[in-house]
Design a protein around this ligand. Sequence first.
Ligand code: T4K
Length: 369
Amino acid sequence: MDKKPIYVTMPTLAPRQEVDQLLDGVWESGIMTHNGPLVQRFEKEVCSFLKVPQMVSCCNGTIALQMAIKAIEKKGEIITSPFTFIATISSIMWEHCTPVFVDIDPDTLNIDPSKIEEKITCHTVAIMPVHVFGNACQIDEIDAIARKHNLKVIYDAAHAVGVNYKGKSIMEYGDISCTSFHATKMLNTAEGGGIFTLDKNIDAKLRRIRFFGFENHADIVEDGFNGKMTEVHAAVGLANLKYLSDALQDRKLKYARYKEILSQNPELRFQKITSDCNCSYFPVIFKDEATTLRVIESLQKGNIFPRRYFYPSVNTFTHLVPYVPMPVSEDIASRILCLPLHIRMTMDDVEQIAESVCNILNKLTHSVR
Ligand code: T4K
């Protein structure tokens, strides 16, 4: 019999009956959406888990970014990373702003703060860095540049639930931080997003933007749209939230085991991560693209499905943006692979995958001799 496939990730899901219990209340009340009781409870419980004062939930992480851009009320150039998922860029463009890329640091895989200032023009309105794979950006440097040039900072924290920086949640940094509760993320509501700000006025504005721009169901006071999370999604999120600590712990243990085995091969490179990273992904960087493709091919033969996050570098999507070379991002994108990492895998799976990668690399080395 074929081995069960192992995907790059799978959702952490609470037992069905725990979701069903919450859904019983939804069915009984008939309240399905419009900032219902479960959405409000989900927001409160996420805040208490992360120890942050407030969060506005919404329908997905892309819309979270768009709502954040709407909330800063500025149109112009937004400086961001080319090493990210397309949603970072499309959210900027849907808000009639222009993405301006700044290359990444080859070690952290996050935007390189030393290259930001040279890209600031009189049209720059904001910086949108990405905490890639849950690894905190160089927040102090970025915030200093933003203050000096009077720019807003919106963090794309789609991967960063459970990440801390200098003893507090990473969601507390910048003017606004946006996360994703997609099925593939640390905490999932199937589809969903969350927006964090310490500014009560921005928080209130985001709530109006999420609800068509209405104030008190009467006047339209914002450029809003429908960004709401439903009660059904909030029920899934509330049930899953109880297992978030376990999921975070599980990821860290498996990440450490991968690293221990794969570090034996001097050819491999790893993302340089901060100590409070959530280890939500396990990226490994090979010496070149040909090796990366051979590893993918061999793993897939064993029903193991790693993913090329993020390939290609988004500055090369010329249907969307004019090409500007980003040598570091393009190079890393061509030879990085995220290995499977999720709660449904066993530690044996991790060990077998890591050993398979080492074996494939050994074979490749000997075949070229
Ligand atoms: N900013 C950043 C930096 C992001 O990475 C993302 C999203 C966003 C913003 C926007 O957030 P959202 O609008 O999505 O909330 C996935 C996700 O769709 C996307 O959320 C994520 N980043 C991106 C990095 O990855 P795919 O196309 O690679 O995922 P997919 O559907 O192939 O799933 C990967 C594996 O996960 C599958 O092989 C099996 C497993 N899976 C997937 C789904 C959808 C499940 O087990 N169950 C599922 O329901 O994009």
